[in-house]
Write a protein that binds this ligand. Structure first.
Ligand code: ZN
Ligand code: ZN
Length: 345
C-alpha cells in the first residue's frame, strides 16, 4: 500500500485566506503534501484551478459557513446555501452526490482573536438518507485550538511556540465520534488546518499567522491507498475521496515528529484488514497489530475505552466485536490517531 500525506481545510484568496491556490500548492509541495482540499467560505470560485498544481493534487471544495455550524461540503458541483438549517445543507450536499465533514464542532470560547463557531446540535450526525454513505468529523482543528489558547499576554509566546497553544481533540468530540461508530453510523475522523495565513500588523511589520508551508507541517492526514496517486486528475480525485469517506486514513501531528510508516491492521492467517474495513469473528479470533516505529506510548481503543497500552508496538488477539482504533500522545499533545477497524461477530 502507498501512504499518501494530505491536508484538509484550507482557505485561499477566494475567501479570507491570504494566498493564491498556486502559492498554497507550492507551499504544500515544500511540506511534503501530496493532496489537499481547499475549502473557501461559501464559494467554488477556485474550482477552475482544481487539478494538479506544482505536483500537488488540488481539490477545491467549500466550507458552508452560516454563523454557527460550519460544514465542509466535498465533491459537490454547486455552492450549497448557508442559509439552510444544518440538516438541510447536509442533505443538500449528499443529494448533490457529495459528502462532508462537520467542522470544528467543539469550539468553546470567544475572545478578541476569534469568534465562536460551535456545532450546535450534536444529534445531527448524518444525512437523512444515509444509504451507507459516511460523514466525517473534524476531530481537531489547528486554528480553533490555537486561537482558544490566546490571551493578550501570551500571544507573542504562542506565536513563537505554537505547539504550546494546542490541546488536541476535545474529550467530548472523541466521545461523539466513538458513539456514532459504535452505534453503526460510520463516521470518519480527520484533522484540519483551517489555514488562512492571515496577515496581521505588528510592531515588527506585517506578521503571517501562520504561513501555509508551516501549517502544512502540522496536522497531516495520511491515506492508505492501493497505489501511488495516479497522474490523471479524475482518477486521483476519486481515490482520495474514496479513501477519506471509507476512513482508510490516520492523522499525525507532525509538530511531535513524523510517523510516515505507521502499522495498524488486523489479521488472521493471510487475511488482512485495515482502517475502514469490516472484519468478522465468524472464522475465529482476530489479531490486531500496532507499530509507530519509535519510542512513543501507544494505546488501543475499543468502543471508546482503552483496551491496551504500551510503547512503540502492540499485538493482541481479540474475540470481542466492536470499533477498534489506535492513538498515541506524546509529552504535550496528541501525535497519532487512526480511523477504526470494525470487527463484527
Ligand atoms: Zn469554520
Ligand atoms: Zn475554515
Amino acid at each position: 500500500m502507498h501512504v499518501s500525506p494530505g491536508a484538509i481545510h484550507i482557505h485561499s484568496q477566494h475567501s479570507d485566506g491570504s494566498g493564491s491556490i498556486s502559492h498554497i500548492a507550492r507551499a504544500a509541495r515544500q511540506a511534503g503534501i501530496e493532496w489537499m482540499i481547499i475549502t473557501d467560505h461559501d464559494t467554488l470560485d477556485g474550482r477552475i484551478e482544481q487539478g494538479y498544481n506544482h505536483d500537488v493534487l488540488t481539490l477545491v471544495d467549500q466550507e458552508i459557513t452560516p454563523f454557527h455550524n460550519h460544514f465542509l461540503g466535498l465533491n459537490v458541483d454547486r455552492v450549497i446555501s448557508n442559509t439552510l438549517a444544518p440538516q438541510q445543507f447536509i442533505d443538500a450536499t449528499y443529494d448533490a452526490g457529495g459528502f462532508g465533514i462537520i467542522a470544528h464542532p467543539d469550539e468553546q470560547l470567544y475572545n478578541e482573536f476569534k469568534g465562536l463557531f460551535r456545532w450546535d446540535d450534536w444529534n445531527i450526525n448524518s444525512p437523512t438518507n444515509l444509504a451507507g454513505r459516511s460523514m466525517g468529523i473534524e476531530l481537531w482543528n489547528f486554528m480553533s485550538d490555537w486561537g482558544e489558547h490566546l490571551t493578550p499576554n501570551n500571544k507573542e509566546f504562542l506565536y513563537a511556540f505554537p505547539h504550546r497553544g494546542l490541546s488536541g481533540p476535545s474529550k467530548a468530540t472523541l466521545e461523539w465520534w466513538d458513539a456514532l461508530n459504535i452505534a453503526g453510523k460510520r463516521t470518519f475522523g480527520i484533522w484540519g488546518l483551517d489555514a488562512h495565513a492571515f496577515l496581521r500588523p505588528s510592531p515588527f511589520g506585517r506578521l503571517q499567522v501562520f504561513s501555509y508551508e508551516w501549517s502544512f507541517k502540522t496536522l497531516t492526514n495520511y491515506l492508505w491507498l492501493p497505489e501511488k496517486l495516479p497522474g490523471g486528475f479524475h482518477a486521483a480525485m476519486r481515490m482520495v475521496y474514496g479513501a477519506l469517506a471509507q476512513g482508510r486514513s490516520y492523522m499525525v501531528n507532525r509538530l511531535e515528529g513524523e510517523c510516515a510508516n505507521l502499522e495498524f491492521f488486523a489479521f488472521r492467517g493471510a487475511e488482512r484488514w485495515y482502517a475502514g474495513d469490516i472484519a468478522s469473528l465468524r472464522d475465529g479470533p482476530i489479531t490486531l497489530k500496532v507499530n509507530v516505529g519509535s519510542d512513543a506510548p501507544v494505546r488501543l481503543v475499543h468502543n471508546g475505552k482503552e483496551a491496551l497500552s504500551g510503547k512503540t508496538s502492540l499485538l493482541t488477539t481479540v474475540n470481542t466485536s466492536g470499533v477498534y482504533r489506535m492513538e498515541s500522545t506524546k509529552s504535550l499533545t496528541p501525535w497519532v490517531m487512526t480511523n477504526p477497524i470494525y470487527i463484527t461477530r
